[in-house]
Design a protein around this ligand. Sequence first.
Ligand SMILES: *Cc1c(COP(=O)(O)O)cnc(C)c1O
Length: 353
Amino acid sequence: MGVAAAQLTSNFRAVQDVVSGGVTVVAVIKADAYGHGAALCAAPLLAGGAEWFGVTDVAEGVDIRRNLRKSSKVPEVENSPSILVMCGMEPADAADALRYGLTPVVWTPEHIAALDAAATEAGHEVRVHVEVDTGMARQGATVGAELDEVFEALKTARWVRCEGLMTHLCSAEVAGAPSTEAARGRFERAAGQTLAAGVRPRFVHVGNSSAVDEASTLQWLRRQADLLGASCMVRPGLALYGYCLPLQGDTSVFPALRARLRPVMTWEAPVIGLRDIDAGATVGYGASFIALRPMRLALLPVGYADGFRREASSGMGDGWVMLRGRRAPVVGRVSMNLTVVDVTAGAEVRVGD
Ligand SMILES: *Cc1c(COP(=O)(O)O)cnc(C)c1O
């Protein structure tokens, strides 16, 4: 498995160009950088100018911080870059959040109390971003009484500073979605509550890769930021690795981002065997494939245990690999650790390719 660092930073730069100046781009490297390896991805993104990373939980944040502190390429500045913990904060994590200088997303008075206690212990403040639920019903305080309770807790806390106000949209890839309209309305009310509570976050953020691609959300977000005297942030993940969901709805909105993205990951495996079979021979489990003519097969040491999905089997998903610049279709079922591909058309294929 290979990750092209230059392509990763190029995708990051594409997001920066599309959102243009004054918008901070959080490089989302949660879930082990979408399977690409967070440790592999963090260093090139940092070198490419990322000042913020987004991770799943405190444990991931701790790993990243340790890695970056160890890596000689990273300046020894304490707690730089910032690391946003996006998907859940347990009170038991508060001490590590402080120790490793993480920035948790919070949405309950309990989160704030736990962080305040840990911060008092540590003797320095902790920055948090308050999430508003605008229609996902996963995380976030609902607009109204719940959000006010969060602001109350922030007032009571001595060492917890609200640095951001954010939400997550349920249908960012659908242009003009009624649910996005509703979410914007809720967030606008949350922004009003924030002002009324005297809270002045430095950042407001809404927006994954699709929201950057779709563009209208960012225009709206800029207005919210102006109202709050804050600056905008976006949180792309998928785009960094070279992908964007298809935009739905009003296709007159030109997708600004997708045209500039290229996949970052390559996955290589060597040919470990070649075999000629006669017409009538069967291949793989279940004898699900029967050769209709003589064929030449190549064996690859990769299977579904490695993540080469069983659905790529012939007759199921009809997967293929690239071999010497040519498509070699999967033959029969993908096994746990082995896969057979058809190289009948590629007489030049050798073991070791
Ligand atoms: C995963 C996640 C993102 C990134 O979403 P992509 O669609 O991969 O760009 C942004 N914000 C939050 C809160 C997330 O959990």
